[in-house]
Design a binder for this molecule. Structure first.
Ligand code: GTP
Ligand code: MG
Length: 200
C-alpha cells in the first residue's frame, strides 16, 4: 500500500542539527521521535524504513546527540531526537542538547506530531511527563509509542497499558491512540507508517 511504498522508497539522511538556526526550512510535514535515552528512537526509524544503519542505534544511552533529519519522500521529514534522562556523556554536553531538544519541541512550526516513545516494560516516567507537559503548553499533538513490546511479560502488559492510559488522560495534547511496537519483531511498524503517511 501507499504508506509502505513511501517508507521503502526514497529515504535519505539530510543533516544533523546542533543549534536552532541549523534547522532546515520548515516547509515540509515533520514528525519527530522523542523519548528517554535508549528507549529505541533510532531503532524505530531504521525499522520503519527498513534500513539498518540509517539512524545510529546503540546500547550506550546518549548515542544520538544531534537532531537528525531524514527526508521521507519529497514532502516529509522524520526527525530523530537526542534522548532525555540518563545519558552516558559529559554533563555540559548533555545540558546543551537537552536545551536544544526543548527549544525544538516547543518552537517548530511544521512539527505535525511528536511521537513520545516509552519503554513498554517501564511505562511513563516523570521525565516523560515533563516532556508531555511541555508539548501540552506548546500545543503540539503527541502520540505515545510503546517500544520493545517483544520484551514485555504477559503479566505486565495490561498493567502498563492502564498506567499509560491513566497518565495520558491528564495531557490535553495527547492523541488517545497508543501504538505498540517492536523494532526487533516488526510489531506496529505498518500501523505507524500509515499514521505518518496519513498526516497532512
Ligand atoms: P539514544 O539515541 O541514546 O537516546 O537511544 P535511542 O532511543 O535512539 O535507542 P536505540 O535505538 O539506540 O536503541 C537502544 C537499544 O535498544 C539498542 O541496543 C537497540 O537494539 C535496543 N532496541 C531498540 N528497539 C528495540 C526493540 O523493539 N526490541 C528490543 N528487544 N530491543 C530494542
Ligand atoms: Mg538514538
Amino acid at each position: 500500500e501507499a504508506a509502505r511504498k513511501l517508507f521503502l522508497g526514497e529515504v535519505d539522511f539530510l543533516k544533523g542539527v546542533v543549534a536552532m538556526d541549523g534547522l532546515p526550512p520548515d516547509d515540509r510535514i515533520e514528525v519527530c521521535f522523542a523519548g528517554r535515552s535508549n528507549v529505541g528512537k533510532s531503532s524505530l526509524i531504521n525499522a520503519l524504513t527498513r534500513r539498518k544503519g540509517l539512524a545510529r542505534a546503540s546500547n550506550t544511552p546518549g548515542r544520538t546527540q544531534e537532531i537528525n533529519y531524514f527526508q521521507l519522500g519529497s514532502e516529509r521529514y522524520l526527525v530523530d531526537l537526542p534522548g532525555y534522562g540518563f545519558a552516558n556523556a559529559p554533563v555540559a554536553v548533555v545540558a546543551k542538547w537537552q536545551a536544544l531538544l526543548k527549544n525544538y519541541l516547543a518552537g517548530r512550526q511544521s512539527l505535525r506530531r511528536a511521537f513520545v516513545l516509552v519503554d513498554f516494560r517501564h511505562g511513563i516516567k516523570p521525565v516523560d511527563e515533563e516532556i508531555m507537559t511541555l508539548l501540552d503548553r506548546s500545543a503540539v499533538t503527541f502520540q505515545v509509542v510503546l517500544t520493545k513490546a517483544d520484551k514485555v511479560k504477559d503479566k505486565d502488559y495490561d498493567k502498563t497499558l492502564a498506567q499509560v492510559r491513566e497518565k495520558l488522560s491528564k495531557h490535553p495534547a495527547a492523541y488517545p491512540e497508543i501504538v505498540l511496537t517492536s523494532s526487533e519483531k516488526g510489531d506496529g511498524i505498518p500501523t505507524l507508517r500509515a499514521i505518518i503517511a496519513g498526516l497532512t
